[in-house]
Design a protein around this ligand. Sequence first.
Ligand code: NAD
Ligand code: GLY
Length: 370
Amino acid sequence: MNRSSAPLPALRVCTPGGNYDIVIARGALTDPRAWAGLPAAQQAVIVSNVAVAPLYAATLQQALAPHYARVSLLQLPDGEEHKTWETLNLVFDHLLGSGCDRKTVLFALGGGVIGDMTGFAAACYMRGVPFVQVPTTLLAQVDSSVGGKTAINHPRGKNMIGAFHQPQRVVCDLATLDTLPQRELAAGLAEVIKYGPIADADFLGWIEAKLPALLARDADALAHAIGRSCEIKAWVVGQDEREAGLRAILNFGHTFGHAIEAALGYGQWLHGEAVACGMLMASALSARLGLVPQGFVDRMQALLERCGLPTRAPAIGSARFIELMRIDKKAEGGEIRFVLIEAPGHAIVRAAPDALVREVIECHGGARAS
Ligand code: NAD
Ligand code: GLY
């Protein structure tokens, strides 16, 4: 079978908001099969940033040229601190300035910041246009590009303004990870690790065994990690697209993590770094509630440390930490709800006494130095 007739490896995501493929292949950007069969339109717009566009936009523009009469490129500023209304408006300025209509297809080329903002712009522009995720970070390939959550940050809370809007397709080209800085790779590994404790104990063991290969960017190891992560995410999102219940488990570590990001200022810690520290704190809270033995916490700490991910929280102060966590989207009536681990592979969502939460913050360095 030649390259043009064999189907590309893909996983299917099925949600009430739309069914679509996640294509996972090295070289997908230049493979015509990755781009066939998308919604027809006169125009396509590639939304990227000033760091990623010079690396991959020309290749994507070339790949899309046979399908659209005009393919324009918008380069946004780079960084979590730019995931704002002001930057979102630059997308609308470009779409309106280019005469984009309701059929125009947006292509999000970049990490989770670009994916979340482009998806949100697509959800809003003319009350909704199609978009395609082309994730270029490990974090975006294993998590943010799948499932249709789109958002921008508010100074008071992470991802607080957004919409559910499913992409038409997700195209992961594993070769784009070759240029990813090592710190970003490690941050992406945090979200890969997440899937083990919440859904697949065997996968957690596999990650522990294969960590040297993952950190060395071994192609087979990365392909398996991305494929299994996307399978789990597709399974969860397929059952609970709008986070009525089950989907909340994907936020393991995020309640503590989002508070760290908001307290320090977006972009100080990488999202995956904050999630890593948050997963350890949520594991410790699970142990204090008697759900898992301390050995599980030690196991998580050892794995995160091997990745070079932070396991000590910044000294935000317990009161501020708790105040920020009350703004979390899972909070109900001001009561913080945490994703906790009952056993490797099994997560639950529940509240915890403030006193225990404070103990965990203090034990992990989050209390203000006196
Ligand atoms: P990011 O988008 O900021 O990308 C990280 C950095 O890597 C940026 O500087 C980017 O320009 C650069 N980069 C991207 N691809 C590159 C490449 N191939 N080579 C070299 N440099 C490259 O960060 P991220 O970690 O990808 O995403 C984090 C964001 O994702 C956060 O805003 C988080 O809230 C969001 N997120 C959303 C979901 C969701 O379900 N929607 C899930 C998880 C995370
Ligand atoms: N990353 C959390 C979610 O997609 O629900």
